[in-house]
Design a protein around this ligand. Structure first.
Ligand code: EPZ
Length: 427
């Protein structure tokens, strides 16, 4: 298996292009199910999860075509067309590799009147139930059956009536499934306490471009007026705010100055505020964001929260940054029950982090030292890369398949701004 070798201590300087957002792309792709016309998505990131989703869509008989990239398209351009659905089953061997596959449940149900999806297992950061997805679809009129490790959703006499659901917990995926099921329901649907992440807004914008009628976009209260059918569209995937925030931490921990091309500050306010509290200078510039630090970092105290709060997907990366702060930071992870697996690995690099339940106390240290470390989940892997960039000596990060799920051309982008980093096939 590949590994990444980093020689730390290099100050990052220059421009990093931000790719299309993984977590937007994974909910925009299944929208192809909602029409028999072509759906063209631009600025798709080149990531393992996107390839996996393309393969899943092919399983349903959906044609997918990747256009040759043109200068103006940093990301990939894919056209999907669900002329005829040949299967409405998302099989275990695909779903277990990519839990975002559950996002076909709502649109497949809307298109075919029924859908069968393998229950996604948990993952490293938690058991990741899907009860809210199922309760929301039931509220829209679906019948839900669970059997033999699969969930089967059925629309009474082939079409969902629509309905009202109030989420007891904010759930990004459940909001996405409910939205994709509701847009062609017979009547009106109302979602309360819906997720407001920018990726949800991106989904709503695509659905509206396809002919859906949605009110309250960007708020916690969404009203969807069902329409008989949707048409095709061409849509540009939003930039990845988590990738941008990750590279901002990388620039800051090295005392560098990096421009994040394509980053939108309005979608990253909580991250920008946390970095500014840590003593990092961040300013919007034409077409992106400029991040600069003199390497002197202050401790921060914050909790993760649903948008517009501080993103749980940024917790591990910020933790790596504040390992070098002058003082102790207190980070509380409120979204997932097991999202501190980067802590033991960071401590092996000389960090001094204590965890007590959902809270981590990060005592800043003078220096980090390079080590061989193991990636355990996507964002934890990135926190080890960030620490390695500032550590003295060599850091080797193993199990890169985690990183490849969420960071397109990571070593290329970091080398662009002066990191001494290379990917090698392991012996
Ligand atoms: C999405 O996951 C993202 N993934 C995650 O990013 C992100 O961490 C998460 O939202 C929160 O922002 C994609 O968009 C593909 P949730 P999702 O439903 O939809 C509980 C990354 O690193 N819950 O908002 O699965 C759940 O256990 C990934 O890019 C239920 O209890 O997250 C969690 O505690 C990791 N029942 C909380 O809600 C449900 O039915 C939030 O989960 C669903 C969720």
């Amino acid at each position: 298996m590949d590994k990444i070798i980093i020689e730390g201590g290099k100050r990052l300087s220059g421009t990093i292009p931000v790719s299309g957002a993984k977590n937007a792309a994974l909910t925009l792709l299944p929208c192809a199910l909602l029409t028999d016309e072509p759906l063209t998505l631009r600025n798709l990131p080149r990531l393992a999860d996107i390839d996996g989703f393309q393969h899943l869509m092919n399983q349903f008989g959906i044609s997918t075509m990747i256009a040759g990239s043109r200068p103006e398209d940093f990301g990939r351009v894919m056209t999907l067309q669900a002329t005829r659905i040949t299967s409405s089953v998302a099989p275990y061997d695909l779903v277990r590799k990519m839990r975002a596959s559950i996002l076909v449940l709502g649109p497949m149900l809307a298109r075919m009147g029924e859908a069968t999806v393998s229950l996604p297992g948990g993952c490293a950061i938690g058991n990741r139930p899907i009860d809210l997805h199922l309760k929301a679809l039931e509220a829209l009129g679906a019948q839900i059956e669970l059997a033999a490790g699969y969930v089967r959703a059925i629309a009474p006499d082939g079409g969902l009536p629509g309905g009202r659901y109030s989420f007891p917990v904010v759930s990004v995926g459940a909001t996405e499934n409910a939205l994709m099921a509701a847009v062609t329901a017979r009547g009106k649907s109302t979602l309360h306490n819906a997720a407001r992440e920018p990726e949800i807004v991106d989904l709503c914008k695509l659905l509206v471009a396809m002919g859906a009628e949605i009110e309250g976009i960007g708020t916690s209260d969404l009203v969807i007026h069902g329409v008989p059918r949707l048409h095709g569209a061409t849509y540009m995937v939003m930039p990845d705010r988590i990738e941008a925030g990750s590279y901002a931490c990388a620039a800051a921990i090295t005392g560098g100055e990096v421009t994040l091309k394509g980053a939108r500050i309005e979608e990253m306010e909580a991250t920008v505020q946390a970095l500014r509290d840590a003593g990092v200078a961040i300013e919007p510039v034409a077409g992106g964001l400029k991040v600069a630090s003199d390497g002197k970092l202050r401790p921060v105290t914050l909790s993760t929260a649903p948008y517009p709060g501080f993103a749980t997907d940024m917790q591990a990366q910020l933790m790596a940054l504040v390992c070098r702060a002058e003082g102790s930071s207190v980070l509380t992870e409120t979204i997932f029950e097991n999202r501190y697996m980067h802590v033991p690995e960071l401590n092996r690099m000389g960090a001094r982090i204590e965890t007590k339940g959902r809270t981590a106390i990060v005592h800043g240290v003078e220096k980090l030292t390079g080590a061989e470390v193991m990636a355990t989940d996507l964002r934890a892997s990135m926190s080890l890369v960030i620490a390695g960039l500032a550590a003295e000596g060599e850091t080797q990060v193993h199990r890169l398949y985690h990183l490849d799920r969420g960071y397109e051309r990571l070593e290329e982008k970091l080398a662009l701004v002066g990191a001494q980093i290379e990917r090698v096939g392991s012996d």
